[in-house]
Write a protein that binds this ligand. Structure first.
Ligand SMILES: N[C@@H](CCC(=O)N[C@@H](CS)C(=O)NCC(=O)O)C(=O)O
Length: 362
């Protein structure tokens, strides 16, 4: 392992995906240090080394660069399987990957909405990110804060189709997820059993550095879902000694409401996205679960993620494949998983994530 660890994780201490990766590294007991991305110089280096300008990006002990948490976690788990985070059971593995994609890509919108829509979040996070990520830029601090707020609100909230008309529905997704996770955590300490798994790590993207810490959603979590609040801290504290692969068998029934939401909103959204990518659109009005997101930025990367999920399904051995199909059908996921013919894109063609990529999520 000496070629991999210690890793250096470049990111931000309020970043969705940096938090997700750090959660994984801590559960595994993998040695790393955190470095804030303090200047455009670091961003440029990351783009040069990985092909993608995003955080987190990491160096391995032997100098190689890696980025993109989903393929990175899968790769790290293959290098060091113990203690286990990704279930070896094919059915559990597949459904954990589906949850990971939903938590990464679908809960991103409410997370960005709560952070940048409400003046309280915008002020706090604008201040924090300007101080953390623009530390080396010779500009007045108020200007830096204004630049960050404008970029994030325009790029990730209004630019992702959030409007006054649909923002209550965007917020409802957060409330629903809190209720579904609370029901799971009433039964057991982690989503899949008595120790953490990939499903817990996946939900730490939105739940850790955003919802449990940003002023508006954190208060909602504390008051309406204290079990989720507790679970975020429990997972952060669990360490490798708490990571034992002590899981239930099969997929718990209480994952059902979440899977139904994946079938009713996220997968239909991906189908619309695939059509917009095929049409060569940069922006489009996307409708999913009865809600329209006008002028949303189009993400070929997310179509690539859907293609990966389909490959994972195709690669399942029997009888897991038959069981997975039955479960997907029962929760309305089967039809939208296959509804669209996926367009050809150049996302990651000929590249080998997590070592190199060519597309960001939006
Ligand atoms: N698929 C990537 C997504 C990483 C990502 O989008 N990170 C955000 C910050 S949490 C970012 O760097 N966005 C680029 C930007 O803001 O320009 C992963 O899983 O690591």
């Amino acid at each position: 392992m000496s070629a991999i660890f210690p890793m250096v994780v470049y990111g931000s201490d309020v970043s969705y995906f940096t938090g997700k990766l750090e959660m994984y590294l801590r559960l595994k007991g993998m040695d790393y240090t955190f470095e804030p991305m303090v200047s455009p110089r670091v961003w440029n280096r990351i783009r040069k080394e990985t092909g993608v300008q995003q955080m987190p990006a990491c160096t391995l002990a032997d100098g190689r660069w890696v980025t993109d948490t989903t393929p990175l976690i899968a790769w790290l788990e293959a290098q060091q399987p113990a203690p286990p985070v990704i279930p070896a059971d094919p059915l559990q593995r597949f459904f954990s990957l589906l949850m990971e994609d939903y938590a990464d890509e679908w809960l991103w919108r409410p997370a960005m909405h709560y952070r940048w829509w409400y003046p309280e979040g915008r002020a706090a996070l604008g201040w924090h990110l300007a101080a953390e990520l623009m530390a080396e830029m010779p500009l007045p601090a108020p200007l830096k804060r204004a630049m960050i707020r404008r970029r994030q609100l325009g790029g990730f909230v209004t630019g992702d189709g959030v409007t006054k008309a649909n923002c209550k529905q965007v917020e409802q997704a957060y409330h629903d997820n809190l209720a579904w996770l609370s029901a799971m955590l009433e039964e057991r300490p982690y989503l899949l059993g008595n120790s953490p798994s990939l499903a817990d790590v996946a939900f730490m993207g939105p739940m850790f550095r955003h919802f449990s810490q940003d002023p508006v959603p954190a208060e909602i979590m504390r008051t309406t879902a204290p079990r989720v609040w507790e679970w975020v801290a429990r997972t952060w504290a669990a360490g490798p000694q708490g990571t034992r692969g002590d899981w239930v068998s099969g997929i718990p029934d209480d994952w059902g409401p979440l899977l139904r939401d994946i079938g009713a909103t996220y997968l239909p959204y991906l189908c619309e996205l695939a059509e917009a990518v095929r049409a060569g659109r940069q922006r489009a009005d996307l409708t999913a679960g009865g809600v329209t997101y006008p002028g949303a930025r189009i993400s070929p990367y997310r179509v690539w993620c859907l293609a990966r999920l389909r490959e994972e399904f195709e690669a399942l051995p029997e009888p897991a494949k038959e069981d997975a199909r039955a479960l997907l059908e029962r929760h309305g996921c089967w039809e939208p998983l296959w509804r669209s013919d996926l367009p050809e894109t150049d996302v990651n063609v000929g590249l080998d994530p997590p070592f190199r990529g060519n597309a960001t999520m939006v």
